[in-house]
Design a protein around this ligand. Structure first.
Ligand SMILES: Cc1cc2nc3c(=O)[nH]c(=O)nc-3n(C[C@H](O)[C@H](O)[C@H](O)COP(=O)(O)O)c2cc1C
Length: 174
């Protein structure tokens, strides 16, 4: 099983990156930092095909499991992450071969807020998108960082979650 983390924070070395590094270590995943990519808003006229989106999605489809890690900005995923999801529409409209390759892949989602309370329905867009794309949604977890480092409670929560994922088919079977 090979894993790729898609980090969608507005700062590359912020709180979300702390969580990204923990997950990278436990799942031996590679990382794509969307902040470092030039990915424009969705265009109905497909005007943005020369930006970084296509190269990023082509890289992603080489992996079995895609882990989206986003900060909580205004009770929702980050704008960077949302723009990335909007652009997946390109794979349904014009780059259809790439869209088809997302089918059967695994998706995991992780949020990182400052509030320990998980925003109601935060993960619904991810679950529904996985379902729409024919991906296996393996699960999600909310994390938080109040000061500069995650509390033990967060670290324990991540450890339990990752162990659950590792024991879950189809992840376990590969
Ligand atoms: C624009 C913005 C909106 C935010 N909205 C929320 C929020 O709705 N709920 C929350 O718990 N934290 C919120 N926060 C705090 C961040 O989610 C939190 O500090 C997170 O760990 C930051 O991750 P980052 O360093 O990768 O950006 C917000 C922060 C920013 C910058």
């Amino acid at each position: 099983m090979n894993n790729i983390i898609i980090q969608g924070s507005s700062r590359s070395q912020g709180n979300t990156n702390i969580i990204t590094k923990i997950i990278q270590d436990s799942l031996k995943a590679n990382i794509i930092d969307l902040k470092k990519k030039n990915i424009n808003n969705y265009s109905y006229e497909h005007e943005n095909l020369n930006d970084d989106f296509l190269s990023v999605i082509k890289e992603i489809i080489e992996y079995d499991t895609i882990i989206f890690i986003t900060p909580v900005y205004w009770y929702s995923m980050s704008g960077i992450m949302k723009t990335f999801f909007d652009r997946i529409t390109d794979c349904l409209k014009i780059e259809k071969e790439i869209g088809r390759k997302l089918k059967g892949k695994n998706m995991i989602t992780i949020s990182c807020g400052s509030d320990r309370t998980e925003t109601e329905d935060f993960f619904v867009p991810f679950r529904n998108s996985a379902n729409y794309l024919g991906m296996n949604y393996l699960g999600d977890i909310h994390t938080w960082i109040e000061k500069d480092i995650p509390e033990d409670e967060v670290l324990e929560k991540i450890e339990v979650f990752i162990n659950e994922i590792k024991n879950k088919p189809p992840y376990k079977n590969n």
